[in-house]
Design a protein around this ligand. Structure first.
Ligand code: PEP
Ligand code: MN
Length: 338
């Protein structure tokens, strides 16, 4: 449930409500808007019986939150959140570009890619060190060696770095090297991994599962948030449908749907959504127009030589061109590149 405070409720009144909730073993989340403060309550609300909380000083009204996700729910926090990763804001008014290879293949290709995407305007370098490949015989990633190259690229360029983690062991290692963890489509409902990502406190990009509904996706985000980490960005990367012309089917309507249900930022991955290099630009324009907070795009020095996802990877020149093409769209959407 949420407790909506009166516009003129004092700090002291808000503090008393918070203490009352916590003294009953529940958790209180404060959201301070321009007009009103909302106190979100997580836990068994029957424990509040007998407190007469609705009559307490400064309380305007109490509303139930029927959805099973609470902390990430828009009702708990009506204003869209900005997630800060080092000095980079992800959220309203900004457009974040994350770019890099599907997999970190070696030192030089990663460093070259980092320089190129930085020059073109990216704020994040992406790169997989633990690759969830369909075939166990396909390249599985350089693991910690790859993470070391990521850290070196971060030091050389100042870019933030993001890597996917596919296991608890990978997470434990990755937190020593990266600015943001990626939980991929195949692990969206790996609840132990989600909880550990929550406990790590490191910002997380949570991709939508291949066959996940928006409700399941938000509940997965709640697993992270319920451990005290609300630094979460959602990434729509396409879902499985009967269509085979593209690798997945981008659910563009997920962006406005999420806007109405959660305060978390939303970005789009046109690379995995389409699987086809030539579709990246039109889909990226649509993503900005529909209100996405950013894009994550695969870029490779030589896509035809890539060990994974070459057909959907852009060359350096194509990525540079993409960022230029997106500028007027970002301006129209009231967003500045970060
Ligand atoms: C990736 O980003 O490299 C990846 C494997 O993505 P997804 O989890 O969306 O398939
Ligand atoms: Mn990939």
């Amino acid at each position: 449930m949420i407790i909506i405070m009166k516009p003129d409720a004092s700090e002291e009144a808000v503090g008393k409500i918070k203490s009352m909730i916590e003294s009953r073993g529940l958790t209180a989340h404060l959201s301070r808007g321009d007009q009103v403060t909302i106190v979100g309550v997580v836990g068994d609300k029957t424990k509040l019986q007998g407190t007469n909380i609705e009559m307490a000083e400064g309380v305007d009204k109490i509303l139930p939150v029927t959805e099973s996700y609470k902390v990430v729910n828009k009702k708990f926090h009506p204003e869209d959140s900005t997630i800060q990763v080092r000095n980079t804001p992800i959220g309203p008014g900004h457009l974040v570009m994350m770019a890099g290879p599907c997999a970190i293949e070696n030192h030089d290709m990663l460093l070259q890619t980092a320089e190129a995407v930085k020059k073109a305007g990216a704020a994040f370098l992406r790169g997989g060190a633990y690759k969830p490949r369909t075939s166990p015989y396909a390249f599985q990633g350089l693991e910690e060696e790859g993470l070391r190259y990521m850290k070196e690229a971060r030091e050389a360029t100042g870019l933030n770095v993001i890597c996917e983690v596919t296991s608890l062991k990978a997470l434990e290692t990755a937190v020593k090297y990266v600015d943001m963890l990626q939980i991929g489509a195949r692990n969206m409902q790996n609840f132990e991994l989600l909880k550990e990502a929550g406990r790590s406190g490191v910002p997380v990009m949570l991709k939508r599962g291949l066959c996940a509904t928006i409700d399941e996706w938000l509940n997965a985000a709640e697993y992270i948030a319920s451990e005290g980490n609300t630094n979460i960005v959602l990434c729509e990367r396409g879902i499985r449908t009967y269509e085979t012309a593209t690798r997945n089917t981008l659910d563009i309507s997920a962006v406005p749907v999420l806007r109405s249900r959660t305060h978390l930022p939303v970005i789009i991955d046109p690379s995995h959504a389409t699987g086809v290099r030539s579709y990246i630009e039109p889909i990226s324009k649509a993503a900005v127009a529909v209100g996405a907070d950013g894009l994550i795009v695969e870029v490779h020095p030589c896509p035809s030589c890539a060990l994974s996802d070459g057909p959907q990877s852009l060359t350096f020149e194509q990525f540079d061109h993409l960022v230029r093409e997106l500028k007027p769209y970002a301006a129209l959407a009231g967003r500045e590149f970060v």
